[in-house]
Design a protein around this ligand. Structure first.
Ligand code: PRP
Length: 176
């Protein structure tokens, strides 16, 4: 696929992404061997990663979805997100893996871990496709990650700019 003109450079190719997801899927399968795993996808961006990751996991998985929205446009202010679409099923007694496309400031993951921990899962951990550690404002425990990235605006493989470019099969830096 020819990159659109708004793309500055490709950070991770489709082949690199598939190879890395296969490795992380194997890592997860080993960590939870003998158990069932519930994957929770945070809409919308993580759906692309979730489907690829689920296929790379060899133990039984269930999936569920939630969506969050911001109370304010100031994402730097803590406690500004809320669940706008909740999970369909209970987490009680489940081994739960929260699947994100990107952890940036860490505020979303911190909020979700706090909220979901109150639902009595057997275990709760985070797997992210991209980890933008230079932007972290709060501690966010990431157990599994595919790639660490610098503080650049990236799109593709689920990540958007004004809702566009989610369908690019690679991750690219936008010209901004
Ligand atoms: C992204 C990502 C996380 C959040 C991470 O979602 O999916 O949920 O931002 O940012 P944080 O670490 O600074 O809290 P986004 O708001 O872009 O929504 P989308 O998945 O629908 O694109």
């Amino acid at each position: 696929m020819t990159p659109p003109p708004e793309i500055e450079k490709i950070l991770f190719t489709e082949e690199q992404i598939q190879a890395r997801i296969k490795d992380v899927g194997a890592e997860i399968s080993e960590a939870y061997a003998g158990r069932e795993l519930k994957l929770i996808s945070v809409l919308k961006g993580s759906v692309f990663f979730l489907t690829a990751l689920a296929r790379a996991i060899t133990i039984p998985v269930k999936i569920d979805f939630l969506a969050i929205s911001s109370f304010s446009s100031n994402r730097a202010a803590p406690g500004v997100v809320r669940i706008s679409k909740d999970l369909d099923e209970s987490l009680e007694g489940e081994d739960v893996l929260l699947v994100e496309d990107i952890v940036d400031t860490g505020l979303t993951v911190r909020y979700l871990l706090h909220t979901l921990a109150g639902r009595q899962p057997n275990s709760l951990a985070v797997c992210t496709f991209l980890d933008k550690t230079p932007r972290r404002l709060v501690q966010a425990p990431v157990r599994f990650r595919c790639f660490e990235i610098p503080d650049r605006f990236v799109v593709g493989f689920g990540l958007d700019y004004n809702q566009l470019y989610r369908n690019l099969p690679y991750v690219a830096v936008m010209k901004l």
